[in-house]
Design a protein around this ligand. Sequence first.
Ligand code: CA
Length: 223
Amino acid sequence: MQVLLVEDNVPLAQAIVRALRAAGFSVNHVDRGDTALGVLRSNAPDIMILDLGLPDIDGLEVLRSARRQRFSNPVLILTARDKTPDKVAGLDSGADDYLAKPFEMSELLARLRALERRLGSVKSKNIEIGPVSLDTHSLEVTVAGEAITMSRREYMLLKALMESTNKVQTRDMLDSKLYGWGEEVSSNTVEVHIHNLRKKLPADFIQTVRGVGYVIRKGPLEP
Ligand code: CA
């Protein structure tokens, strides 16, 4: 799940980025409205978190432009403007949810999960394939009921593969889920994480499609 955070308050943005990444979201942060609109054109996120008081374009105008650009994914407005007419204007401009500052990080995460569910990319809290179970809320992974520990990036990689069983994920697709856009990715990072993941998972759970990428097939342990 890729989130675009548009927020010019740097300490707040850093805190949000940390919390979202810890919760398994892939986050890209920009601090200006025009940069945000550029990102929406080139690499549309699954969810946008949008501050209204931006240094260049007002957030509501960013939102209206985004909708005119046919960006149709959920937008959560984050702002210190908490008067009812502001909320109405935000929702009328095409926002899906509205959270007034100051807020608790746990509430932001809960609202993002609700938007994620509405987006339909997470059909259930648990993804189970063969003996492997991944809980998208607790971030716990079990193999035959035994909890296994993994790094955040291993978890995100496994989640991306388990969410799209039988569909080959190319290295580029996995790279873009692991990192925010613009972050440098060393060329063999996905291979390294896959290598480490495989040691924790049943043999052949993650299959290599030579020269293309990786896939998890439904019922990989059945003949
Ligand atoms: Ca602001």
